[in-house]
Design a binder for this molecule. Sequence first.
Ligand SMILES: [Mn+2]
Length: 207
Amino acid sequence: MGSISAVARHCRQKGHKLRVLWLDAHADFNTCELTPSGNLHGMPMAVLCGHGPAELVGLGGFSAQDPALKPKWVRQIGIRSVDPGEKQFVHEQGLEVFDMRFIDEMGMRHAMELALATLDEHTHLHVSFDVDFLDPEIAPGVGTTVPGGPTYREAQLCMEMIADTGRLASLDIMELNPALDVRNKTAMLAVDLVESLFGKSTLMRKN
Ligand SMILES: [Mn+2]
């Protein structure tokens, strides 16, 4: 909530458009009224869109009437765990979600082509990377594992396609928990993926 509020503030001051790519197993679109768990970790996207306690919605000088994000600026990718009330609210608010069903059927490439469409040179691209986006087989070191996430290759393609746009301007990495990791493999994978996100490529491509 804090970092994206700050990014949104920056974009407003500079006159930049903002696109948020939300890589996560969870939509994080619960509100205090909808949440089954009461867990604030499930609410950041709703808060950023103006739905939540005034103290949080107001971070960065925003308000419920003038929130940090509009739903149409957001693309959620890899989603596979959404609570019933939250699901309805996602639809009502018109969030664009490329869930695992979509990725299974259409492929990561097509999902990312759509998620990255219509970026231009005035767009600030923010990536919010919750490590539980990844399949727990390759990334066990997170608090809330959800089976059926992107494979190593799908995650690499996702990061490489973001890098290819040349528009990445800010990044959050969340939920990596070394106490739950297995021989540091999740942390090393996160570094590997962030290298790709920052443009590291194999010899097969010239630049
Ligand atoms: Mn998550």
